[in-house]
Design a protein around this ligand. Structure first.
Ligand code: ADP
Length: 209
């Protein structure tokens, strides 16, 4: 089984994914994975971004390479071994990020068609201003990747964040219907969000009980 968590930066995905992983790992074999974390491709991505070398399609394809590396080396073997995979971001992150950069969404879907769809996808919905204030409170700076990685000229990091993440939200909202996401109100407390997640995961994993 794959359980994916999606949402914009600052929506609370990582916090929720960790809580879910800890809860599940007491009950079954659980494997946690996160976006852009392959052993070697992410270093190349960092270099390419520093040089401002990526076009919309190479941005997409290099992230797909990172994902494919992780997918083939870890996600698929873990699934085959019977683990539950908790994925902090999954293919829908690429659908959203790559299409706001100008790639055709159906092309992006084709690129990622080698990957199985998650059994359950949580979309943590928060207003973009809430996400921004959380990020500023927690670390007081905005990463370039959170503000569109150079997509916009002459904007402050905050403006870039609001513009970029609003575009990403528009795609997620469209996907939520098409891909049957479980939509969670991310403005609720972490405990309330986690309770909903555990209810749904429990229904999926232990439905015959
Ligand atoms: P993401 O992985 O989506 O970027 P994080 O889990 O890293 O989000 O959370 C971003 C910040 O918001 C962290 O400082 C975290 O403690 C805080 N946070 C997460 N969930 C909530 C919540 N439900 N309410 C208030 N703050 C939250």
């Amino acid at each position: 089984m794959i359980i994916a968590l999606e949402g914009i930066d600052g929506s609370g995905k990582t916090s929720q994914a960790m809580l879910l992983r800890d809860w599940l790992s007491h009950r079954m074999d659980t494997f946690f994975t996160e976006w852009n974390s392959s052993e070697w491709v992410h270093e190349i991505i960092k270099e390419a971004k520093k040089k401002n070398a990526l076009t919309p399609s190479t941005f997409s394809l290099i992230h797909a390479t990172d994902f494919a590396d992780r997918y083939e080396k870890f996600i698929l073997p873990m699934l085959k071994a019977g683990f539950v995979v908790v994925s902090d971001r999954y293919i829908y992150t690429a659908y959203a990020r790559d299409s706001v950069r100008g790639n055709d969404l159906s092309w992006v879907k084709g690129v990622y068609s080698f990957a199985v769809k998650p059994n359950l996808t949580f979309y943590i919905r928060v207003p973009v201003e809430v996400a921004l204030s959380r990020i500023k409170e927690s670390r007081r700076f905005i990463k370039p990747s959170e503000a569109g990685d150079g997509m916009f000229q002459n904007v402050t990091p905050e403006e870039g964040f609001l513009k970029y993440q609003s575009m990403v939200i528009d795609v997620y909202e469209k996907l939520a219907k098409e891909e049957d996401f479980v939509v969670l109100d991310g403005t609720k407390s972490p405990r309330e969000v986690q309770t909903k997640i555990r209810e749904k995961v429990g229904e999926l994993l232990w439905k015959e009980d």
